[in-house]
Write a protein of this length. Structure first.
Length: 367
């Protein structure tokens, strides 16, 4: 069913809306972004920082669609008007509360009926409205195009517990370009990666978040990315990014095992013991029954360093196996005894010596 088929022209015309903008201009326009699609569509994926501002609920959208199929366009239009009519004043009040400056950006799926209707309503209510030309569908085309843009990538690898994520944060503090895939995915990348973190976004939303950052990176300055597998928890890293990561320079962070254990306990020691046990159980086939049971007993007794030492036997073995499989000769940077900030400065100095930071220079692997 066409979006445009449900509404009379006076409701979905964009003639009175202040601006109809392509995605690049829409990003720069003032005011909050109001996503007028249904909550279910919004949850699947939306523009970063957009607010869910649905014209129809999920149930109402399904109801109108069923009505259209069973009774035809005219009856479906009447049902749509009946559902939306009582909401009109509330929508204007809600928009004004979200936009004290009386400026809003509005979009729907294709830049048609829903955004045009809400745009007309809000402008009638006294707000300045910018519409996204082509809607969310056009934004998703922009995402795919943006993710394919080439960027010089520097991969930060290393065994679990070496503090790679904290080093990336300090690199960002020092002005470096950083793509934090684990941060965007709300997952630290291991069996324990979801503990104490918010729910993961959908893979579609993960792509949207990556694209927003990727578009802002300078094309001649390295983008630091932590080495990741194709999936970060439930989120799948876009093929376009994985291909650039696979072809990029990589280095390996090295710390002593004692430091790694201290870092891991510092992160996961705040988790509920039952959650740690559940995450450890997921490793049983790979860690082995005896090691798994021993680690669980340590967790129950609060002996987290001992538990982490057992668990590292699996992750270290998997890391070394992956390096052998890839056949890569990756240079190492030892950061034992360093704070994340000191380690970040060491990385910047080291890769500069290797020639990785020369704008426009080929990204050749260091010694």
């Amino acid at each position: 069913m066409s979006e445009h088929s449900l509404w009379p022209l006076w409701l979905h015309s964009t003639d009175n809306v202040t601006q109809l903008l392509p995605i690049t201009d829409f990003w720069q326009a003032p005011g909050p972004i109001l996503d007028v699609r249904s909550p279910g569509e919004y949850a699947q994926g939306h523009l970063p920082r957009a607010v869910s501002f649905p014209l129809f609920s999920d149930e109402e959208r399904a109801q109108v669609g069923t009505c259209y199929k069973q009774k035809g366009q005219e009856i479906a239009i009447e049902l749509g008007l009946e559902l939306v009519g009582p909401k009109m004043a509330g929508l204007v009040k809600q928009a004004k509360a979200l936009a004290p400056q009386r400026q809003v950006r509005v979009h729907c799926w294709r830049g048609g009926m829903r955004s045009g209707s809400v745009g007309w309503l809000l402008e009638t209510g006294g707000l300045e409205v910018s519409l996204l030309d082509g809607g969310y569908k056009a934004f998703r085309r922009w995402v795919r195009t943006t993710l394919a843009l080439p960027r010089p990538v520097a991969i930060v690898g290393g065994m679990i517990g070496t503090g790679k994520t904290d080093i990336l944060y300090r690199l960002r503090d020092l002005g470096e370009q950083v793509l934090d895939l684990e941060g965007l995915a709300n997952h630290r990348g291991s069996s324990y990666g979801a503990l104490m973190l918010p729910q993961q976004p959908s893979t579609e939303q993960f792509e949207n978040l990556i694209a927003e950052q990727w578009a802002q990176f300078h094309p001649q300055h390295p983008v630091w990315i932590e080495a990741e597998s194709r999936r970060v928890g439930k989120c799948r890293v876009p093929d376009e990014i994985m291909e650039q990561m696979a072809a990029a320079n990589a280095l390996e962070i090295v710390r002593s095992e004692a430091e790694r254990l201290e870092i891991l306990v510092g992160i996961y020691g705040q988790a509920e013991p039952d959650d740690l046990v559940e995450a450890t159980e997921r490793l049983r086939k790979r860690l082995g029954g005896q090691r798994t049971q021993a680690a669980i007993e340590h967790i129950k007794r609060g002996e987290l360093t001992a538990a982490a030492a057992i668990i590292l036997t699996y992750y270290d073995r998997a890391y070394r196996h992956d390096l052998l499989r890839r056949g890569q000769n990756i240079p190492t940077v030892t950061v034992s005894g360093m704070s994340p900030l000191q380690a970040a400065r060491t990385l910047i100095s080291q890769v500069s010596d290797w020639g990785w930071h020369s704008p426009g220079a080929p990204m050749e692997v260091g010694p």
